[in-house]
Design a protein around this ligand. Structure first.
Ligand code: PGA
Length: 269
């Protein structure tokens, strides 16, 4: 087997110049020992070629970040380290919070911001999400900004409007230079953890709504550089259908990223 090194850098998709990103969002699962074991197994089951056209990121809970950072560096595993959240202030009296600068010191490359569970369970507003995205960009990391409508919004045909206002909140006051670095994840709330994924065509509608909201503020050129993932009940049986859509540049995977077998099957789909 050829030596794998952290120098493996995924190549962009020749069709659109964007590099595919598949991210495992572990949510509040796996202690640091379980997290280490999962990354080791994942690395053994992936082939060198799996890293060639897809960047892979894992997003463990905060308590496992340092362990996974050391594992990735020591074993030169070309998986990117991600976090699930951060606070927008740099430091101070914010009991229980973790700042973007703390994450950047741990070698974190991607930070999920505005996941619907954060918005719905912890009351994060569009303004919070925008401030978090800016804090992450300010530390030379990449935010994965989650947007998506609820079932009732979908039933009222509000999907595109909801996505637009969530994207507006993040990109309207941002420079184009920073905006083009963003990753968005279109995650319809009704598809998350439900076992009922969106149809690929719905995912494309969502991705197009994200792209056109960006274009409204920053033009087509900038919006064409932004990567857009789909998330919500992705598994090995449906991953390929989403990735076959030219508008979808990757996947944000929850449940199916929690075992090496399932996540490998998604990546290799
Ligand atoms: P799921 O979660 O894959 O378990 O639906 C996706 C997410 O919440 O990011």
């Amino acid at each position: 087997m050829a030596a794998r090194s952290r120098d493996v850098v995924a190549k962009p998709n020749p069709r659109n110049g964007r590099c595919r990103l598949i991210s495992g969002n572990w949510k509040m699962n796996l202690n640091h020992l379980e997290a280490i074991s999962l990354v080791q197994k994942l690395h053994y089951s992936l082939r060198d070629s799996d890293y060639q056209f897809t960047e892979i990121s894992v997003h463990p809970p905060f308590t496992a970040l340092r362990s996974i950072q050391l594992l990735l560096e020591t074993d030169r595993i070309p998986i990117s380290l991600g976090a699930q959240n951060c606070y927008f202030e740099g430091s101070g009296a914010y009991t229980g919070e973790v700042s973007a600068s703390m994450l950047s010191k741990l070698g974190v490359k991607y930070v999920i911001v505005g996941h619907s569970e954060r918005r719905d369970i912890f009351g994060e507003s569009d303004e919070d999400v925008a401030m978090k995205a800016n804090a992450v960009l300010g530390l030379q990391m990449t935010p994965i900004v989650c947007v998506g409508e609820s079932l009732s919004q979908r039933e009222r045909f509000e999907t595109e409007g909801v996505i637009q206002s969530q994207v507006d909140a993040v990109v309207a006051a941002m420079s184009s230079e920073l905006c083009e670095q963003l990753v968005f994840a279109y995650e319809p709330k009704w598809a998350i953890g439900s076992g009922v994924p969106a149809e690929p065509a719905d995912a494309v509608v969502g991705a197009n709504a994200v792209r056109s909201a960006i274009a409204k503020h920053h033009g087509e050129d900038v919006s064409s550089k932004v990567r857009i993932q789909y998330g919500g009940s992705v598994n090995s049986a449906n991953a390929k259908e989403f990735l076959d859509q030219g508008e979808i540049d990757g996947l944000l995977v929850g449940g199916a990223s929690l075992t090496a077998e399932a996540f490998t099957a998604v990546i290799q789909a």
